[in-house]
Design a protein around this ligand. Structure first.
Ligand SMILES: Nc1ncnc2c1ncn2[C@@H]1O[C@H](COP(=O)(O)OP(=O)(O)OP(=O)(O)O)[C@@H](O)[C@H]1O
Length: 553
């Protein structure tokens, strides 16, 4: 049977009753809120008075019986003095009220330990570590299933999402912390259990048997190309963690200037790492690193660019003051490298002569020469197919003698080409960079040492690690230095590159026209043969035999 509707008068009446009740509740709530606001100071003072009374009582209870008499006497004397002093009782009342208000003020409760979820996480970590940090015949194991995790995990910090950002672990002295494999197992486990997708740093204190795991703050990706504050012979490869290097440089980061921690690479006669090798996956930012180095090198030196990928990513450099050649064809690259080898020899001979004769170095060999090769592996492959010499073979002289001759070589290639690098390249490129996602093994194979943090699976372009000689492995973020003709790159970054690009010869940098995007060189085997730039405007201003031979073709 269908339910009959209520008579209209009844239903509207009950609605008005309900409405009336709601309004009543609302008024009561507002009144209560108002009263709480008005009475808040009184509530604070009462709370303070109660706390004062409690602490006074506790002090009285804690006072030994034989000292209670003198204390009581002292209190009575004070009361009498206050009573006799003009306005004494009023002042005493104000003082007591002030003390009560201070004592009774609300303070945010201080967190004193982990909450349930955090405790469960720490206990889980402890249990997972037991097999690695215990041996069966340890009489009092620090790590045991169901054991006291608080003794072993003696420092921890969680972020707002409840994920660990710092963990300090004490481990038994018999753990083989000197073995890379044993340490790596622990690091792997902590990494997995603390949340993937973040970078973790592990600091092993072998003397104190303590391991500290931290999550380093992400490196800034917003610093773009600019004139960095460096001394002659110094190149900023990128920026790293503030505690990893002693120096800071002021850099423009968007609209502000900040102090950043640079990774500075020193080149030239006194350098212990005179040449550099950068390796990465496709798209990891090695071309950008080479471009950034080129822009800095051009401030004081001359630059030869060999672009094995032939995608025209160095087109903006073509013809600029100090750029001797930008080559992407095999023939042009070989001729340019041959020239570079002869130029290195020439510089060496002149430098030796000057030293032997006790003269200062001639001006024409003082200006640094940079040979930048991006993806030489591709050219090596083409050369092998064509029966011509491998470009890397021609690099032997600049690599071996470049340091004394003021010639610096920078090579960038992908992981699959590392095996094809010659022994000379491996020996003389002591500054090493790995960019982009890479496994621990890949990083170790390039840098010769473990990375300082766990490499995350996804990293922004230009992020990686750097190691100068036998120094520590540092995290690195290369400054954004896009091809200024790359329309996909942010406008501000492209403009930043244009601002530091040298002008065209005879044209002031401000007047220099921005050429149209250059067409990528055809890779159908035809050489671009741009060597005349190198030959005609060679740094010596004087053609050597080799240069003349190249010019003649
Ligand atoms: N340090 C950086 N900051 C910002 N963006 C970057 C950085 N490095 C690279 N990129 C961007 O990532 C993309 C790939 O960079 P780049 O061409 O330098 O990589 P690559 O390793 O040379 O790759 P490929 O060999 O495939 O060209 C470009 O769009 C570039 O602008």
């Amino acid at each position: 049977m269908a339910r009959r509707p209520l008579p209209r008068i009844l239903s509207s009446g009950s609605a008005s009753i309900t409405r009336g009740r709601d309004r009543g509740r609302e008024i009561a709530r507002t009144a209560a809120d108002g009263a709480t606001d008005v009475l808040h100071p009184l509530i604070t003072i009462l709370r303070g008075l109660r706390l004062l009374a409690v602490s006074g009582r506790q002090k009285w209870v804690a006072t030994p019986k034989e000292r209670r008499g003198p204390k009581l006497f002292l209190a009575a004397a004070c009361l009498l003095a206050v009573a006799l002093v003009p306005y004494g009782p009023i002042l005493a009342l104000i003082t007591v009220m002030g003390a009560a208000a201070w004592k009774g003020r609300e303070r945010t409760p201080v967190k004193t330990g982990p909450d349930d979820a955090e405790t469960a996480r720490l206990r889980g970590l402890y249990e997972a570590l037991v097999p690695y940090f215990s041996v069966p015949d340890d009489p009092s194991p620090l790590f045991a299933h169901g054991g006291d995790w608080e003794k072993a995990l003696d420092g921890y910090v969680f972020d707002d999402d409840g994920r660990l950002t710092r963990l300090q672990i004490s481990y038994p002295a018999y753990f083989t912390d000197g073995e890379a494999a044993a340490r790596s197992r622990i690091e792997q486990l902590l990494h997995t259990k603390s949340g993937r997708g973040r970078e973790y740093r592990f600091a092993w204190d072998e003397e104190a048997n303590r391991l500290v795991m931290t999550v380093p703050a992400p490196l800034s990706t917003s610093v773009a190309a600019q004139r960095f504050v460096t001394a002659p012979g110094e190149t900023v490869l990128g920026f790293t963690d503030p505690d990893a290097v002693r120096r800071t440089v002021p850099v423009r980061d968007g609209d502000t200037t900040v102090d950043a921690s640079p990774v500075v690479w020193r080149t030239g006669g006194r350098s212990t790492e005179p040449h550099l090798l950068a390796v990465g996956q496709p798209g990891s930012g090695t071309t950008t690193l080479v471009r950034s180095i080129a822009l800095q090198a051009l401030q004081q030196g001359d630059v030869l660019v060999i672009d094995g990928s032939g995608t025209g990513e160095y087109g903006a450099l073509t013809g600029r003051t100090g750029v001797l050649a930008v080559e992407s064809g095999l023939g042009g690259a070989l001729a340019t490298l041959e020239w570079a080898a002869h130029e290195t020899e020439r510089r060496l001979i002149f430098a030796n002569r000057a030293r032997q004769g006790g003269h200062p170095l001639p001006e024409d060999i003082k200006r640094p020469l940079w040979v930048l090769l991006d993806r030489p592996g591709v050219l090596g492959h083409l050369a092998a197919a064509d029966g011509r010499p491998d470009p890397l073979e021609l690099l032997q002289v600049p690599l071996r003698h470049g340091r004394a001759a003021g010639v610096t070589v920078v090579l960038a290639d992908q992981f699959d080409a590392v095996e094809t690098l010659t022994e000379t390249v491996r020996t003389h490129t002591r500054a090493r960079v790995v960019l982009g996602p890479a496994s621990r093994e890949q990083i170790v194979s390039v840098l010769g040492a473990e990375p300082s943090t766990t490499p995350p699976p996804e990293v922004p372009a230009g992020r990686g690690y750097v190691r100068l000689g036998t120094g520590p492995v540092l995290r690195l973020q290369v400054p954004a230095t896009p091809d200024p003709y790359d329309e996909d790159a942010p406008e501000a970054h492209r403009q930043a590159v244009l601002d530091v690009l040298p002008g065209l010869p005879g044209v002031s940098p401000k007047q220099a026209p921005v050429p149209d995007k250059p067409v990528a060189d055809a890779r159908d085997g035809q050489d671009t043969e741009q060597v005349p730039v190198a030959v005609e405007a060679g740094p010596t201003g004087q053609l050597t035999k080799a240069q003349a031979a190249i010019a003649e073709g």
